[in-house]
Ligand binder design. Structure first.
Ligand code: ADE
Ligand code: ZN
Length: 327
């Protein structure tokens, strides 16, 4: 239909995508062959058949299995280049990509291997497709605060390639305040700060409060539970906190969310953006498909879709001169 042409052609920015979550089954097989991993004997369909999750822990189990296939600098290059090529074809002009260095360093892959491969792919993809990208380094919340601190120290030589820090993985029992010191260090180094407040987590309202009030989060990744608390809604509205909403995991983890929550966020005056999260594990729902889910779920008008797309450019961690080139 004509309206899908509209979504395809729309200039887009993405603010919530995990690079390791963009690993498609086809690339998994290539990496498995390259690195002598038993998964090389599986087909794409067999790999996909194992992809079912119903909550954050069951998703993370799949995600962590895939992460182990990434070994060499070339693997990280291929991962990042493939994602950027794909979304450039969807008229994504700019993307801020999360990566999870601790999932690699803890199994002996050097920090430099990870970021050097990714950075080289970003440069080549900009040259080849014109797509601009930046990197947001996430800390793994079920790992220790000390491990996050060590990771930040490892990142110091590469800070010119990192625009911000985030917080992801297993939220249960791992509040933002656990990482207050490393986020303070990051802010002092001039980095931006965001964090996941996943859907329907234990103590979610306290986690959202800490993110906004105690650790200086400039955005909320997911953050839908803000809707349960008028005082959190008021604070997010006053501070113009952008929400990075991800329709595919919404649909799986909280059925009906795209119908109800997206409209409720808009009605509450929240600034929302639409994003893919982990498209390799989520039926290849990249930006165009994520926008379709949001539009069809929440009955967004074309004007609302345009506004939401522009929100992402406005919320992007870029200079004003660059922003003007997109708007
Ligand atoms: N790691 C990868 N995707 C994630 C998500 N959506 N929430 C928390 N951790 C993640
Ligand atoms: Zn996420």
């Amino acid at each position: 239909p004509a309206s899908d042409t509209f979504l395809e052609a729309l200039p887009k920015a993405e603010l919530h995508v995990h690079l390791e979550g963009t690993l498609e089954p086809a690339l998994k097989i290539i990496l498995a062959r390259r690195n002598g991993h038993p998964l090389q004997n599986m087909t794409e369909d067999e790999i996909r058949a194992g992809y079912s999750f119903h909550d954050l822990p069951s998703f993370l189990a799949l995600y962590y299995e895939g992460v182990d296939l990434l070994q060499t600098e070339q693997d990280f290059y291929d991962l990042c280049y493939a994602y950027l090529k794909k979304v450039a074809s969807q008229n994504v002009l700019y993307t801020e990509m999360f990566f999870d260095p601790q999932l690699h360093t803890r199994r002996g892959v050097a920090f430099g291997t990870v970021i050097t491969g990714i950075t080289r792919a970003r440069k080549d993809a900009e040259r080849d497709f014109g797509i601009r990208s930046q990197l947001v380094m996430c800390f793994i919340r079920e790992m220790s605060a000390e491990s996050a601190e060590e990771t930040f120290t490892q990142a110091l030589p590469y800070l010119s390639d990192i625009v911000g820090v985030g917080l992801d993985s297993d939220e249960k029992g791992n509040p933002p305040a656990k990482f207050a010191n490393v986020f303070r260090r990051a802010r002092e180094a001039g980095l931006h700060v965001t964090m996941h407040c996943d859907i329907d987590q234990e103590n979610t309202h306290e986690h959202i409060r800490q993110a906004l009030e105690d650790v200086g989060s400039e955005r909320l990744d997911h953050g839908l539970n803000v809707l349960d608390r008028p005082e959190l809604v008021a604070q997010a509205r006053e501070r113009h906190i952008p929400f990075t909403v991800c329709p595919f995991p919404n649909m799986v983890i909280r059925p009906g969310s795209n119908e109800k929550d997206i409209r409720a966020l808009l009605d509450a005056g929240m600034t929302i953006t639409i994003n893919s999260d982990d498209p390799g594990y989520m039926h290849s729902v990249y930006m165009t498909e994520a926008l379709k889910l949001a539009r069809d779920g929440a009955n967004l008008t074309p004007q609302e879709v345009v506004t939401i797309s522009r929100n992402a450019f406005n919320a992007a961690w870029i200079g004003e001169a660059e922003r003007q080139t997109y708007l």
